[in-house]
Design a protein around this ligand. Structure first.
Ligand code: NI
Length: 405
């Protein structure tokens, strides 16, 4: 199976390497957790990452499009393909409510999406893989990416050449999962994440005395019809087996009980898993809003703003990572997951190379780790860290030694 090198790294060696890193992983993770940084501001985190990669003899590149991104390049002893492993580094503008020694020291900022653990697991994988360098045939790139929570770090990194020189042949990302128990791994056989697009609607009627609705145009009555009708985009316009979400998240209008509202503004989101459905849903929202406004004598402006694209696992990358996960945790602890209607800018890497993401279970009810991602008391079982490392390393080695396991 192994090209060139002859002596493959065994599963036992991988699991031992990951296990031996446990103390270091916990230190890293708690340090990052204590020092969260928002998207595009991950300077401290990036500095620690770059220093550690250099200490392993891994080539380090920074400055991708002026971002805080760090890309490490580990060259194996013999030639071969290139795999990229990706972790996001950013925290969220959330005030942490956990009472733990490693709680955030920065008011109003918190690693509530577990990206501290992603950076940690990727550092662990880099450490383990550097130790196997003499037996690697090919290259491993380590993508430490800023701003997954927005405005997005993958796109500027790719634009600045992260997927080139050497060209990436496959890419793997990971995310912790708060609904899956520690020791379990989730993989996604098909569609993974949605395109989280947004819209804003401004309905303009004509204000007046509430006693004389006939003399004005009540923008609130128009808005009510619009909100109800928008739900028919999902139920009446899109193929029923295609998931779509249309949500109106904000609405503002009016200022007094006895005055007709002359204007209402609303914002919301449209999420789909398919590029054609995305276009179709957006067109339907625009048409329905305009049609209802016109029918009710109002005028309307509708603006759409596109978020990350949706993406699906590449079938062979999915099989490769699934097998790596089976090897590490056993087949009974693998979950084949449904897609999420959340967004992920990992999608951009998948437009350039075959890719897949896996999820690392971090829940442990016995230890009190049950809160969901983005919760002010989110936390995870650190026993997940060496498991994530082992899956990353096993997947990367299997890719380099000839693709599918
Ligand atoms: Ni996240």
């Amino acid at each position: 199976m192994a090209k060139g090198t002859g002596s493959e790294v065994s599963l036992k060696e991988i699991i031992e390497a990951a296990h031996n890193l446990k103390g270091r992983l916990v230190e890293w993770r708690r340090d990052f957790h204590e020092h969260p940084e928002l998207g595009m501001e991950e300077r401290r985190t990036a500095g620690i990452v770059a220093d550690h990669l250099r200490s392993l003899g891994i080539e380090v590149r920074t400055g991708f499009g002026g971002t805080t991104a760090v890309v490490g390049l580990l060259k194996g002893a013999s030639p071969g393909p290139t795999i990229a492993l990706r972790a996001d580094m950013d925290a969220l503008p959330i005030q942490e409510e956990n009472q733990v020694p490693y709680a955030s020291k920065t008011p109003g900022q918190m690693h509530a999406c577990g990206h501290d653990s992603h950076v940690t697991m990727l550092l662990g994988a880099a450490t383990a893989l550097a130790g196997f360098r003499e037996r690697l045939a090919g290259q491993v790139k380590f993508f430490f990416q800023p701003a997954e929570e927005g405005p997005g770090g993958a796109q500027p990194m790719i634009a600045a050449g992260a997927m080139e020189d050497p060209k990436v042949d496959g890419v793997v990302g990971l995310h912790v999962a708060s609904e899956m128990n520690v020791g379990e791994i989730g993989v996604v056989p098909g569609a993974d994440s949605a395109s989280p697009d947004s819209f804003s609607i401004r309905i303009v009627g004509r204000g007046g005395h509430a006693a004389h609705p006939d003399q004005g145009v009540d923008a609130i009555a128009v808005a009510a019809q619009v909100i109800t009708a928008l739900q028919t985009v999902v139920s009446r316009e899109i193929y029923p087996l295609q998931p779509v979400v249309v949500t109106v998240g904000t609405i503002h209008g009016g200022f007094r009980n006895n005055v007709l509202a002359g204007e209402v503004t609303m914002t919301g989101t449209i999420r789909t898993l398919n590029a054609d459905v995305r276009d179709q849903a957006q067109a339907a929202v625009g048409r329905i809003v305009k049609g209802i406004a016109e029918a009710m004598r109002a005028t309307v402006e509708v603006d759409f703003s596109r978020g990350y694209p949706s993406f699906s696992s590449d079938p062979s990358m999915y099989r490769l990572v699934r097998q790596a996960a089976v090897d590490v945790v056993g087949p009974e602890r693998i979950h084949d997951l449904d897609p999420t209607m959340g967004g992920e800018d990992f999608a951009y890497y998948c437009q350039k190379a075959p890719g897949t993401m896996f999820r690392v279970g971090g829940r442990n009810a016995a230890k009190g780790f049950t809160n969901p991602l983005h919760h002010p008391r989110f936390d995870l079982d650190e026993d997940a860290l060496p498991i994530g490392v082992a899956v990353l390393v096993r997947g990367a080695l299997s890719f380099l030694s000839g693709g599918e396991a």
